[in-house]
Design a protein. Structure first.
Length: 80
């Protein structure tokens, strides 16, 4: 083979190796960091939604209890 072609092949190999190292050392690590942060955010969102759901259920129960108290109050007033 021609020496120029061999030099170009070696340069391509170095370039490919550099790209592989960049992917392994930087890109993959950065993706992992972002994924871990995303999982933390997802957990925090799930916790926040759980609190909102509990709050809604409590508001429904309070509304129901207020209605019951109102009905009981009316019954007491009618019998008195």
């Amino acid at each position: 083979m021609d020496e120029t072609i061999l030099n170009e092949i070696q340069e391509l190999k170095r370039s490919v190796k550099e790209i592989q190292l960049t992917l392994e050392n930087e890109t993959n690590r950065n993706i992992r960091i972002i994924a871990e942060a995303h999982l933390d955010l997802s957990r925090k969102l799930d916790e926040a939604l759980k609190v909102d759901n509990e709050k809604e259920m409590l508001l429904i129960r309070v509304n129901h209890l207020e209605s019951e108290v109102r009905r009981l109050k009316e019954k007491i007033e009618q019998t008195a």
